[in-house]
Design a protein around this ligand. Structure first.
Ligand SMILES: Nc1ncnc2c1ncn2[C@@H]1O[C@H](COP(=O)(O)OP(=O)(O)OP(=O)(O)O)[C@@H](O)[C@H]1O
Ligand code: SF4
Ligand SMILES: [Mg+2]
Length: 332
């Protein structure tokens, strides 16, 4: 059963404030995005900076309200209609871990207070004594010492602070953990340790993950299934193994080629030089797109790609699969 389903989510932000807002220039951050995450599944959302990964995740927990679409929890509960108590209970089950642990942990609190500050007001609060025992055990689970509970976040390194964020995410026994670029602010050597910790946690607990990353290879290593996003749209969706072996969308291929020590922009320039293309920045669209969102960067683009908008289509032969390989491209 799907633990969560995003159904045709759309979110645009007004670029102008105040008087200028009336001119209505929008960033189409999330453009008709649908996906589901099964129980115990790890789903990856991957794409370059600004493609709408965080906005999508924030729509799931209603840190932003979508303009259109819905979010279903356990196939039935419409998250968007939840009122205060229901929403609070939902957010106990769906926990969000942020990219930057330095900013998301209150420096004035002790680690214990950080861990229980939300828990204390939840329906599951077991009382101070039991909560302390639970906090100590979760600290050990994330590779920290129970005595660290009395210290403050500033006393720890970036990797240790991310462990504390993970502990805070786990203390209410969530069923879905959203990890938004949890390793990208860390040194490469520390990244591996945090990923291994997440793998351990996944092995021990009945947990689904939404794993957000810009590094496709890291996502392939960690995830069961992956959605590749570009300019607010899903461009390709497949199991991590399928994507790794036979990525089909030109953008996914670009992301793979950029993993080999090059940034997407450098890989793009090399790819485009051969084809006579030059543009290489990602721009989030400020007008609704007529053609393919990737057309300006795509080495295969022709006239039709600038005028027609490709649908996310199931690959022939995959129609009967529960989670078929899907691609949004005229040429595949
Ligand atoms: N609160 C906001 N107000 C206005 N624009 C926003 C807001 N949040 C996001 N955006 C814009 O929406 C687009 C998508 O942003 P988002 O943060 O979702 O991307 P992302 O894929 O998470 O990028 P990154 O990898 O850098 O975290 C960007 O163009 C961003 O500038
Ligand atoms: S539809 Fe055209 S522009 Fe878009 S990815 Fe496919 S070939 Fe490239
Ligand atoms: Mg982000």
């Amino acid at each position: 059963m799907a633990i969560i389903q995003a159904v045709n989510l759309k979110k645009k932000f007004n670029l102008e404030a105040g008087f200028f807002a009336r001119f209505g220039r929008f960033v189409y951050a999330v453009n008709d995005v649908s996906f589901s995450i099964e129980e115990n599944e790890t789903y990856g959302l991957v794409g370059e900076s600004g493609c709408g990964k965080t906005t999508t995740a924030r729509l799931l927990v209603r840190m932003y309200e979508p303009d259109e679409g819905s979010v279903l929890f356990h196939d039935r509960e419409n998250v968007l209609t939840l009122k205060r108590k229901g929403l609070r209970q939902y957010r106990e089950k769906v926990k969000y871990i942020f990219q930057d642990p330095a900013r998301s942990l209150n420096p004035r609190m002790t680690v214990y207070e950080v861990l229980v500050s939300g828990y204390r007001w939840s329906s599951r609060w077991p009382g101070e004594q039991k909560a302390r025992a639970e906090a100590a055990s979760i600290m050990e689970e994330v590779g920290m010492a129970p005595s660290d509970l009395e210290r403050r976040p500033a006393e720890f390194s970036g990797g240790q602070r991310q462990r504390i964020s993970i502990a805070r995410g786990l203390i209410m026994q969530p069923s879905l953990l959203i990890c938004d670029e949890v390793v990208s602010a860390l040194d490469v050597s520390i990244q591996g340790q945090i990923l291994n910790l997440l793998l351990d946690i996944r092995g021990r607990r009945n947990l689904s993950f939404l794993f957000i990353a810009h590094d496709l290879k890291v996502a392939c290593y960690f995830c069961d299934r992956i959605g590749v996003m570009y300019r607010g749209e899903l461009m390709e969706e497949a199991s991590a193994a399928d994507l790794y072996e036979k990525a089909l969308h030109p953008y996914t291929k670009l992301l793979f080629s950029s993993v080999a020590g090059k940034t997407p922009a450098v890989a793009q320039n090399e790819m485009n030089k051969e084809k006579g293309f030059f543009q290489s920045e990602v721009k989030t669209p400020v007008t609704e797109l007529a053609g393919c969102a990737f057309a300006e960067r795509c080495p295969l683009a022709d006239e039709g790609c600038f005028s027609g908008h490709p649908e996310l289509r199931i690959l022939p032969g995959e129609e009967n699969k529960k989670h078929p390989h899907k691609v949004r491209c005229f040429k595949v």
